[in-house]
Write a protein of this length. Structure first.
Length: 298
């Protein structure tokens, strides 16, 4: 049994990409102690619970046995994420989601659904008129309990997961006038260019006056101010008055620095005709099933 335990500790550590030093710190022992375990030694009995938890298995599994108490998967994933370098955690979390997505459409526990991705997120095609176009390789999994949308590729990947509320999505949607206003403002000349300019600056609490932005963009200050007022109305910018020697002037701060790029990329994804490596329309019920639509039918 000690030999089996040593082999299991070494195998599980390597599967999780941990060094002996890293595992030792997680358990509270030295790397030398972990090395001894893997060469035929055995951890103290009181260390077995923490060791099994950090390796994400049951104590029985450490000894190569079936069964055992159920582990806390949320805690295991959390601790596993802590072993990933800081600059890779978002990417690894996204890939973890995709690796589990096959189980969402699997019929049986023993089924294995291939959800492997592509080298590149885009593919190019030349149409009959000679004009090139770029398609996004997308994934869509539609179920009665929610939807998963996104792309999994080596060069760019994202996963958007929408579990459906018990009452459906309709009660959580705004009036259509708000959406129309958003798209109306974004479609105005130079609005997207203005947002691109603001997002190209460091994400600090930096306030801008319309004149300070109009000059480098080659636009009229009055046009920039009107656009910034529109964006403030939509809560994309915030506005504050600054007192200067010439009197009070308005200044603006970008409120949603993290939101524009994902929003625009997702909008592009929705409008592409690209194919998906797993395009699974398993949903039968309508997407919007709230009281609003029942009232219209009646």
């Amino acid at each position: 049994m000690p030999g089996m335990l040593s082999e299991r500790i070494a195998a599980l550590r390597k599967e999780r990409g941990l060094t002996q030093e890293q595992l030792g710190k997680m358990v509270g022992v030295s790397s030398q102690a972990v090395g001894k375990w893997e060469k035929g030694g055995a951890p103290d009995v009181e260390l077995l619970p923490v060791l099994s938890r950090q390796l994400g298995v049951t104590i029985d599994a450490l000894f190569g046995l079936e069964g055992g108490e159920q582990i806390n998967i949320e805690d295991t994933v959390y601790r596993w994420m802590l072993t990933v370098p800081q600059n890779r955690r978002v990417d690894r979390l996204c890939r973890l989601v995709w690796s589990a997505a096959g189980a969402v459409i699997s019929g049986k526990p023993e089924d294995v659904i291939d959800i492997s991705g592509y080298e590149n997120c885009c593919e190019s095609e030349t149409l009959e008129d000679g004009e090139p176009t770029r398609w996004l390789r997308r994934t869509r999994i539609a179920r009665e309990d929610g939807t998963i949308l996104g792309i999994r590729a080596n060069d760019m990947s994202f996963a958007a997961i929408f579990p459906e509320p018990e009452t459906g999505w309709e009660p959580f949607m705004e009036e259509n006038g708000l959406y129309r206003r958003l798209f109306e403002v974004l479609s105005k000349p130079h609005c997207l260019e203005l947002l691109e300019y603001l997002h190209s600056k460091p994400p600090a609490t930096r306030r801008y006056t319309p004149g300070a932005i109009a000059k480098p963009m080659g636009l009229d200050a009055a046009e920039v101010k009107a656009l910034m007022d529109d964006l403030t109305e939509l809560n994309l910018l915030s506005r504050a008055e600054l007192e200067t020697e010439d009197g009070l002037i308005n200044s603006y701060l970008l409120d949603c620095d993290e939101a524009l790029v994902p929003f625009l990329y997702f909008a592009r994804w929705l409008t592409t005709g690209g194919s998906g490596f797993l395009n699974a329309p398993y949903r039968k019920a309508s997407m919007l099933r709230g009281e609003k639509w029942k009232e219209k039918e009646n």
